[in-house]
Design a protein around this ligand. Structure first.
Ligand code: GTP
Ligand code: MG
Length: 344
């Protein structure tokens, strides 16, 4: 028997924004990790992927995400670098996304890579919400650990509240300059024509229940048709990184965005010269809430279903390239799949 959640794909959520505005910290808060602390100079230099199950989302969001209201399996978060030199990685992350979070530091408002991120989202037609981050730095702020934003607002002095509102209106003004109408998310009626702005703190967790609630609500409401794919069909993915792993040689960190990949499958991977045709020797899946980029422990699995981050071990992957397509051949004509990979 297959319930609906067995056939719905996990939505892919890209996190984009200017350097240091708090993308990795926000994900750290959601998944309960400290990836940002381990980064050289606290700068993200690669695309990351973390599968957050519905159970974790609802634990974080409390009454704002009741698991029984959703039949999506959770969210796959894609972390991207904000440093200006990584624009290729931002585009790649944006291209994978079903929906995006644009992270904006309330003190810095719009910066060059904020605008670049918006351009990417415009180009790819990706719906997004804005996380107005670091609200805890508002002068006089009275932090409300992990609480929804309404509760947090109620605990603030009038002065602190209006200081924050001032900053939020600045962001709303910047969005308007870029052609988007937006508002505080609780005032938005139609998220297809209006961008919701969610005040959050990655440090205190305030507003994160709201952020997750809006994300899940939007995914469930507007993207269910797109998520109802043939999850048993041949897998498609994008290489995030090519990594040497002890005992496996060159392996691929991949975001699988469609279908299923199985151990033993013949796959075609974009290479530095010609497409590589190889057979999957092992599939290594990061545990729930783990960042594939930094995780050391993986579970060896027989198959992985979209959307997910997965490490693929197979012979002859030395010439594979970050950003390249990965296709499971399945019962298709292999030459056709090779042409498809060449064309990408
Ligand atoms: P890049 O990946 O390099 O673009 O940076 P990032 O957007 O991932 O930023 P990161 O999460 O690494 O955070 C940058 C700095 O801001 C770190 O020192 C964080 O501790 C701090 N920071 C992030 N979010 C918050 C927040 O909500 N409040 C406060 N006070 N500090 C924050
Ligand atoms: Mg980061």
């Amino acid at each position: 028997s297959t319930s609906q959640s067995d056939t719905l794909r996990t939505p892919i959520v890209a996190v984009l924004g200017h350097v240091d505005h708090g993308k990795t910290s926000l994900l750290d808060k959601i998944r309960g990790s400290a990836v940002s602390d381990g980064e050289a100079g606290a700068i993200t230099q690669h695309i990351g992927a973390t599968a957050v199950p519905l159970e974790t989302v609802s634990q974080m969001a409390g009454s704002l995400v009741k698991p029984e209201d959703f039949d999506l399996p959770g969210l796959l978060f894609i972390d991207t670098p904000g440093h200006h030199s990584f624009s290729t990685l931002r585009s790649r992350g944006g291209a994978l996304a079903d929906i995006a979070i644009l992270v904006v530091d309330v003190n810095d408002s719009f910066q060059p890579q904020t605008e670049e991120a918006i351009d990417i989202l415009k180009r790819t037609g990706t719906p997004f919400i804005v996380a107005a981050n670091k609200i805890d730095t508002t002068p006089g702020w009275n932090p409300q650990e992990g609480e929804p934003i309404q509760k947090s607002y109620e605990a603030q002095s009038k002065r602190a509240r209006s200081k924050l509102d001032e900053k939020l209106y600045e962001i709303i003004g910047e969005l308007s300059d870029m052609g988007f109408s937006s508002d505080f998310y609780w005032r938005v009626q139609n998220f297809q024509s209006n961008i919701g702005v969610v005040p959050v703190s990655a440090l205190t967790g305030e507003g994160i229940p709201d952020l997750l609630g809006v994300l899940m609500g939007l995914s469930q409401r507007y993207m269910k048709d797109e998520m109802a794919i043939d999850v048993a069909g041949p897998g498609s993915g994008t290489v995030l990184e090519v990594k040497e792993e002890r005992g496996f040689g060159a392996t691929l960190d991949v975001v699988l965005y469609d279908g299923t990949i199985r151990a033993g499958d013949t796959v075609v991977v974009g290479g530095a010269n010609d497409p590589i045709v190889t057979e999957v020797r092992a599939l290594l899946q990061p545990r729930p809430n783990a960042e594939i980029r930094t995780e050391k422990r993986f579970d060896k699995v027989d198959s992985v279903r979209a959307a997910a981050g997965v490490k693929i071990a197979a012979p002859d992957l030395e010439d594979a390239m970050a950003g390249a397509p990965v296709r499971v051949v399945g019962d298709r004509d292999i030459d056709e799949v090779i042409r498809e990979v060449e064309a990408e």
